[in-house]
Design a protein. Structure first.
Length: 620
């Protein structure tokens, strides 16, 4: 282990002995790990006093440069805080759900007089009912297409009075119950939506029983058209229920969790069993699982999944005991409104068979996903090979950098640099350059400035020479295998000029990409190169070019917004570039400055009471 720095030692010496969460940061201030402890001092010091057995922990400790901690009152509070911090920071050394930007939910707008059913990615406390999360938004829409044929709910934005002259086309094709014309009353419509909610929870038998009674009553009242409509609704429900396997003799609501692992990947499969029937299943991929015990992966999955789940079952069947079972059960109970949720590890019988069945599905799912990933990798390798061949490169261009320019009539000019590694975006290495030396709309000069600054930073990294306070930026330390400039021959000539000035022409392959006909231009070659229209190489180049364009426009818009704020502040007597910068850094936006009180303005760097008064008067 490396020696503990004086800074870290001071933190370790002053850690409290109370429960809470600890946050490890690297030298760049990035959060790399979040953990919880009943005793913060003992837990955190153990990382440094003992030699870590596994490679992952050794790597973590090697990168810890600073430690923050938050004290709480109980272990339960620490567990909840830990989950929130992991969700917020997504630290690289924590186990975490992959691609959990926001999973989709089905939302029933129950607080509305005539509730609609939509898809959302965020649960809010607005009186609505939620179902999910699901992993595929496509699957959610497929589910809603089926549901709408059984429970024809509203999808329009009409104000429902029941007195409209005519309904829309959806009523004619039986995809809306048409409360707008009074074809269904509010009470009946809400009961239909209640049935939809029960259906999503697997409660189908009471729905069918009631509908059969309504069908018989309608037939006795000689309302044959209504009876036929109810009959069709019952058939549609029963057709779906037939596909829901009865896999448990118990009538409890259960979730069954199982895990499969291969080559550092972990796939968790979850079965949703309601009243003994399998009503659905989802799989989730987890990151940061290398060298972790399966019980720890399952424990982290439970915490992260059920912090987002819309509903909780009576019991959760698990393949392993989890260390924090009691505290997790306590948390789940609080999330379920005081109703108990049991974590059960069945040893035999029907429930053990369910866990084994889920495990088999997890293994198959992971195998299928790996086959898909490998197919995608093959496409990327094919694309890079095609680019290598077309441009006569010595090796596949595993690192590609692409530059683009964005401005509005020569103002707020920004150059983007996007990086693709092994054929996929490396967004952590994206950078943008606010162009300083160019006046007016001169994209060629702007490209020259951006490339010059990029390779100056590479040169400084090679020579170990940095400006005071500057840090080594890993995005600039390695040269690209291929440099792309968007804009064809004109931009290519500027790129060649820059590469020559750094002695890199011939060492860094460069190509100009023209938007029209997707032509590629090489230095000292008059004819352009055209890749086959449907080749993987062309698709990759188009994707890189489009990403550079998108990133340039995004950065340009931000810069233009900042300049708009700056121009307003510049017109205030006594506000120069330095104070303007301090104000924007301190408050974040012009609107926040406008809303600030005199006391808050005076608290900003360089702002006196007299100047604060001028700012208030000017902005108001």
């Amino acid at each position: 282990m490396k020696p503990i720095s004086e800074h870290l030692q001071q933190i370790l010496d002053n850690l409290p002995t109370r429960p809470g969460c600890y946050i490890y940061k690297n030298e760049a201030g990035e959060v790399i790990y979040v953990g919880k402890a009943v005793n913060l001092r003992n837990r955190v010091r153990s990382y440094f006093n003992e030699s870590p057995k596994d490679f992952k922990t050794r790597q973590l400790v090697r990168h810890i440069a600073h430690i923050d901690w938050i004290v709480v009152e109980s272990e339960l509070e620490a567990l909840i805080l830990e989950m929130n911090l992991i969700k917020k920071y997504r630290p690289r050394y924590n186990i975490r759900l992959k691609d959990d930007k926001r999973y989709p939910y089905i939302k029933v707008h129950w607080a509305a007089p005539f509730p609609k059913v939509t898809v959302t990615r965020q649960m809010v406390q607005d009186g609505s009912r939620y179902f999910g999360p699901y992993t595929s938004v496509w699957a959610v829409h497929q589910t809603l297409d089926v549901l709408r044929r059984i429970f024809p709910y509203l999808t329009c934005d009409r104000e429902i009075t029941g007195k409209d002259a005519r309904a829309c086309l959806y009523y004619d094709i039986k995809l809306c119950a048409a409360p707008c014309i009074g074809a269904i009353g509010q009470a009946e419509y809400r009961r239909m939506i209640e049935d939809l909610c029960d259906f999503l929870q697997g409660r189908t038998e009471p729905i069918v029983t009631r509908l059969q009674k309504e069908m018989e009553d309608a037939a006795e009242a000689l309302q044959f058209e209504r009876a036929a409509a109810i009959r069709d609704q019952i058939f549609a429900i029963e057709k779906i229920v037939e596909k829901q396997r009865v896999i448990s003799s118990k009538q409890m609501d259960s979730d069954v969790i199982a895990i499969a692992r291969a080559n550092g990947e972990a796939c968790v499969q979850i079965f949703f069993i309601r009243s003994g029937k399998l009503i659905g299943r989802e799989y989730f991929i987890l990151e940061g699982t290398h060298e972790e015990q399966e019980a720890e992966i399952v424990s982290q999955f439970i915490k992260q999944f059920y912090s987002e789940a819309a509903t909780l079952p009576d019991q959760v069947l698990l393949p392993h005991e989890v260390e924090e079972a009691q505290i997790i059960e306590q948390w789940l109970k609080s999330r379920r409104g005081g109703e108990k949720v049991q974590l059960v590890v069945p040893g035999h019988g029907e429930e053990r068979e369910l866990v084994e069945m889920a495990t088999e599905n997890a293994i198959e799912t992971l195998a299928a996903l790996r086959a898909q990933w490998e197919a995608d990798t093959n496409k990327q390798q094919q694309a890079l090979a095609e680019i290598q061949q077309a441009l006569n490169l010595p090796a596949p261009p595993n690192k590609i950098e692409c530059f683009d320019i964005s401005n509005t009539q020569g103002t707020a000019t920004v150059a983007s640099m996007v990086v693709f590694e092994q054929g996929v975006p490396s967004k952590k290495n994206y950078r943008h350059f606010n162009i300083r030396s160019v006046q007016g709309p001169d994209d060629f000069a702007s490209m020259e400035e951006a490339l010059t600054r990029r390779f100056k930073r590479w040169q400084a990294a090679q020579e170990g020479q940095f400006e005071p306070g500057a840090k080594l930026d890993p995005a600039f330390t390695i040269l690209p295998d291929l440099l792309i400039v968007d804009g064809g021959k004109g931009q290519l000539s500027r790129a060649v000029k820059v590469l020559e000035s750094f002695g890199l022409l011939g060492k860094v392959p460069v190509v100009g990409l023209a938007k029209q006909n997707e032509e590629l231009f090489l230095p000292e070659r008059s004819e352009s190169i055209l890749l086959p229209r449907h080749s993987q190489g062309l698709y990759l180049l188009q994707r890189i070019r489009d990403e550079a364009h998108r990133f340039a426009i995004t950065a340009h818009r931000k810069q233009r917004t900042k300049q708009g704020m700056a121009s307003v502040l510049d017109s205030i007597p006594g506000i120069g570039p330095a104070r303007r910068r301090w104000l924007l850094q301190h408050f974040g936006s012009l609107e926040a400055i406008r809303q600030a009180s005199l006391e808050e303005l005076t608290a900003a760097p360089g702002i006196t009471k007299e100047l604060a008064q001028k700012i208030k008067e000017h902005l108001e």
